[in-house]
Ligand binder design. Structure first.
Ligand code: PLP
Length: 466
C-alpha cells in the first residue's frame, strides 16, 4: 500500500462542516471578513442564515410564483449570465422576448393593424412606471396641441383607492397627482358612479385594475370603457385607460375568456402584467404592451444596437439577467393555451373550495370567495361575540407554517380588517385540505383556550399585502 501524505486543502475538505474553524468562528456581518472561507462552508452558512424564513409554498400572502418545473429551473440557472439588454450579443434572447410580447399581445387581442408594441420588465412596477410615463407624455403632447398650459397644474391620474403601492410611487417619482376614487362597501372595486367626476383636462389617464390586490376583485373595465367613450364624445381633452393586470393579465384570458377587459375595448391603450404572478415564473419578470405606437411617445424610446443595426427599447433598468425571460418563454412553449387554462382552472377550483369552507365556519363574512382572482378575502363577523382578532388567527396559523396576512382595507373602508388567502398553482386540493384542518384547530384553540394577551382590537398594519 502506498502511503500518500494528504495536502492541506484536502484535509480541510474531510473535516465535517460543523467541525471546521470557519463555521465555528463568528464572522462579521457588516464588513468584509479579512480571510476567505471555503465555498462549501460559505454555502452552508448562507443557507443557515435563511433557515427561519418559512416555506414559500405555505406563504398564502403572495401572488408571486413559488414553484417552477426542474426543466425550467435548469434553463434559468444556466442562462443567468445572459444580459437581457445586450441585444447584439444575445440576439436569440431578444427573439424569445419578442415572441413572448407577441403571444401576450395576442392573448389580449391587440390588433396588428395598429402596430402594437411592448417589452419585458422586471415586474409590474416597472411596467406601470413605463405605462404611466407614456400616458403622461402622450397627454402633454395632446393638450399642448389644444393650447392648454400643461405646466399650470399638476397632471393627475385617476385610480381606485384599492391601487397597489407602485402607483403611489409613480405619482411621487414622476410628479403626478394620484386621484383616488374611494372604494365602497357595495362593490369594493372602482366606483363607476363617481369615477368620471375625478377627470379633468389635466388627467393623463384612468387606471383600471384587473384584480385589486386587497380583495382579488376585478374592476369593471368594460363599463369604465363605456363611460370614457361617452366622456370623450363631449370634449377635446380625451382620456384613455391603462389596465393594471398584474395578477389578472395572465389569468383572466384563460379562465374568463368571455370577460371583455382588454384591447377589444377602444379606450384601453396599454396593459401590464407580472410574468411572476399567474404567468407562473419565479419573481423577476413583467410585461407591458401598448395597443399602438400612437400611445407610446417617441421621446421615451431609446435605440440600442442590434445585429448591425439598432432596435427600440424602453426600460428603466439597463443590465439584468435574461433568465426570467427564458423561464417565461419556457412556460409559454411548455403549457400552451390549454396548459395554462388547466392550471388556472384548477387553481380557481381550489380557491372556490376554500371560499365555501370558510363560509361554512360561520365566523367570517366572505368578501371574495375565489370568484375573480383565485383569492379568498374575509372579515370577522361583527355581530358575533368573538374575543380574538384576525391578527390572532394569523399568529395561530403561523405556528403550522402558514403565512396568512391580516390588514385593513384601503381608505374609506379602513375600519374593516380582512384576511386574505392567495391560491397559486402549487397550492393543490390536498394542501387545501391540510390547511382547512389547521385552520379548524386554530379556530378551536382561539375559541376554547385562554390564550389571548390583549383585550383591545385596534387596527394595525401587519404582514404582507403584495
Ligand atoms: C403585484 C401588483 C403590482 C406590482 O407588481 P410587481 O410585479 O410585484 O412589481 C402592481 N399592481 C397590482 C394590481 C399588483 O397586484
Amino acid at each position: 500500500m502506498i502511503h500518500k501524505k494528504r495536502r492541506h486543502e484536502d484535509n480541510d475538505y474531510l473535516e465535517p462542516i460543523f467541525g471546521t474553524k470557519a463555521e465555528g468562528q463568528i464572522l462579521p456581518n457588516y464588513r468584509l471578513a479579512q480571510q476567505p472561507i471555503e465555498p462549501r462552508i460559505a454555502h452552508q452558512l448562507v443557507k443557515d442564515e435563511l433557515l427561519d424564513e418559512g416555506s414559500a409554498r405555505q406563504n398564502l400572502a403572495t401572488f408571486c410564483q413559488t414553484f417552477m418545473e426542474p426543466e425550467a429551473i435548469d434553463l434559468m440557472a444556466n442562462t443567468l449570465e445572459k444580459n437581457a439588454i445586450d441585444k447584439s450579443e444575445y440576439p436569440q434572447v431578444t427573439e424569445l422576448e419578442n415572441r413572448c410580447v407577441n403571444m401576450i399581445a395576442d392573448l389580449w387581442h391587440a390588433n396588428d393593424s395598429e402596430d402594437y408594441l411592448g417589452t419585458s420588465t422586471i415586474g409590474s412596477s416597472e411596467a406601470c412606471m413605463l405605462a404611466g410615463m407614456a400616458m403622461k407624455f402622450a397627454w402633454r403632447n395632446r393638450v399642448q396641441k389644444l393650447g392648454l398650459d400643461s405646466t399650470k397644474k399638476k397632471p393627475n391620474l385617476v385610480i381606485s383607492s384599492g391601487y397597489q403601492v407602485c402607483w403611489e410611487k409613480f405619482g411621487v417619482y414622476w410628479d403626478v397627482e394620484l386621484r383616488e376614487v374611494p372604494i365602497e362597501q357595495a362593490e369594493m372595486t372602482l366606483n363607476l358612479k363617481s369615477v368620471m367626476d375625478y377627470v379633468d383636462e389635466y388627467t393623463i389617464g384612468i387606471v383600471g385594475i384587473l384584480g385589486i390586490t386587497y380583495t382579488g376583485k376585478y374592476d369593471d373595465i368594460e363599463q369604465l370603457n363605456n363611460l370614457v367613450e361617452q366622456y370623450n364624445q363631449t370634449t377635446d381633452y380625451k382620456v384613455f385607460i391603462h389596465v393594471d393586470g398584474a395578477s389578472g393579465g395572465l389569468f383572466t384570458p384563460f379562465v374568463d375568456p368571455e370577460l371583455i377587459w382588454d384591447f377589444r375595448l377602444n379606450n384601453v391603450v396599454s396593459i401590464n402584467t407580472s410574468g411572476h404572478k399567474y404567468g407562473l415564473v419565479y419573481p423577476g419578470v413583467g410585461w407591458v404592451i401598448w395597443r399602438g405606437k400612437k400611445y407610446l411617445p417617441e421621446e421615451l424610446i431609446f435605440e440600442v444596437s442590434y445585429l448591425g443595426g439598432t432596435m427600440p427599447t424602453m426600460a428603466i433598468n439597463f443590465s439584468h439577467s435574461a433568465s426570467h425571460i427564458i423561464g417565461q418563454y419556457y412556460n409559454f412553449l411548455r403549457f400552451g393555451f390549454e396548459g395554462y387554462q388547466a392550471i388556472h382552472q384548477k387553481t380557481r377550483l381550489v380557491a372556490k373550495f376554500l371560499g365555501k369552507k370558510l363560509t361554512t365556519f360561520g365566523d367570517f363574512d366572505v368578501i371574495n370567495d375565489g370568484n375573480d382572482l383565485p383569492v379568498i378575502c374575509y372579515s370577522l363577523k361583527k355581530d358575533k361575540n368573538i374575543h380574538w382578532t384576525l391578527y390572532d388567527l394569523s399568529d395561530r396559523l403561523r405556528m403550522k407554517g402558514w403565512q396568512v396576512p391580516t390588514y385593513p382595507l384601503p381608505k374609506n373602508m379602513d375600519d374593516v380588517l380582512v384576511q386574505r388567502i392567495v391560491v397559486r398553482e402549487d397550492f393543490g386540493m390536498n394542501l387545501a385540505h391540510d390547511f382547512i384542518k389547521d385552520l379548524q384547530s386554530a379556530l378551536n384553540e382561539l375559541n376554547q383556550a385562554h390564550i389571548l394577551f390583549h383585550d383591545d382590537d385596534g387596527l394595525q398594519s401587519y404582514g404582507f399585502t403584495h
